[in-house]
Design a binder for this molecule. Sequence first.
Ligand SMILES: Nc1ncnc2c1ncn2[C@@H]1O[C@H](COP(=O)(O)OP(=O)(O)OP(=O)(O)O)[C@@H](O)[C@H]1O
Length: 470
Amino acid sequence: MFKKLPGDETQSLVSTTPDTAVVFRPAVVRTPAFVTLVIFAARLVAGLVRLVWRHPIASAVVAAPCAVAWWYGWRAGLVLVAVAVTVLALWCSLHRPSFLRWAGWRLLAFWRFLWVYRRHWQAVMVVSGLGRHLRGRDYLPHLVRVRCTSWADVVTVKMLHGQAVKDWADRLDHLAHGFGARSCRVSIARAGRLHLVFPRHDPLAVPLPAMPIPEQASVGPVCIGTREDGAPWLLNVHGTHVLVAGATGAGKGSVIWSTIRGLLPAVRADLVEIWALDPKRMELSFGRALFGDRYAATPAECADLLEAAVAVMQERADRFAGLQRSHTPTPEDPFVLVVVDEVAFLTAYQSDKSLKLRITAALATLTTQGRAVGVGVLAALQDPRKDVLNIRNLFPDKIALRLDESEQVDMVLGDGARDRGALADHISPVPQQGAGVGYVRLEASPEPIRVRAAYVSDADIRAMAEAVAA
Ligand SMILES: Nc1ncnc2c1ncn2[C@@H]1O[C@H](COP(=O)(O)OP(=O)(O)OP(=O)(O)O)[C@@H](O)[C@H]1O
């Protein structure tokens, strides 16, 4: 029986019959050195062809000076390099975005493909357990492509047949540290292929100042901060309900105030009314003038205000029935946004049982029936466990700011969110670095996105209240 095995594997294969001392050792046929050399040379050529095919620009940048130096001498090669560097530097200083788009990121991707990912690929795959060693042969996932954006490397990988996304999601730490990144996130590119996102630096590490107040009166989506990829973070509050979960000091206030700030022109145009429930009397009391008489602090006042919102909702539902199925804000029927700071004070931690029942029932009614008639809820919560807020699943949109425990991430963003890289429990507790930072899931994609809300200072809130009063 002949079995072809690479390397020295065969030498260590020994088999014995179960009850005799007969030992079988396979014969080892040594491959002549020149055959091995030919195989290595063929692999090298194939690798080079693949490299040129995948990175034509970067390959040309390296190959052209070498070719000129070969044919016309090293001085000519040096001149070509100097001219190319000068042209690139000029292009970069004159029009940086187009330079980065067409040359900068591609050159960086080429460099990182070779130096970071190709170089360490085998070791990281084997040590993390994503590669397999079967019958003397290494089976490794295929490194397809590296693309660089302003803040991260996006690595496309072809999984081994039979691997699942979970196999990769379970090893994000190994991958991040193996390739020298702070973290890693995984998403599906297409069947059998994944995108691994390795941030090179944190674009959300510095606090953002309050967003400018929009010029147009609109009920949203409201720009409340920025996403990790540099795009604005747009939050929809009209036609949905939003739950913001975060430990104490996570920056829930910045999400609430940035939203109110974005709606300010609509408040002034009577298209939006903001009703505030402030059981802690710390957060919303600061901009009390913005809410007029629709501000409640004690549990009894909060229950009354919530029931008033339910009454508005039911009156509209009676009027709209059979006439319209969605709400368009008008001064007669403005969009009502009920903002609740620390909703658990009114539900789980409320000692008066009848108040607790009234509040929970009103919140459940608003969150199940308010969307279509223009009544929305934006609630903040420190502890997202079900026994603290049993109606948390009635909020279609959820934001996970810094959380204390890893299990809380999936409670907020849904199953598997943490495995896919929503590390809300790793957000820094230092306010400068981590307050207002969080993860969201957009409707169009199951992948969590890292975001940071802009910080609305006390002075900004005061100016907002004065603007509305004027
Ligand atoms: N977006 C932000 N960017 C930078 N710093 C922020 C941001 N939001 C809040 N901070 C800072 O973090 C501190 C805590 O924020 P905030 O009070 O909003 O947290 P919180 O989640 O509402 O906490 P709590 O539940 O205890 O009220 C603030 O005093 C402020 O200095």
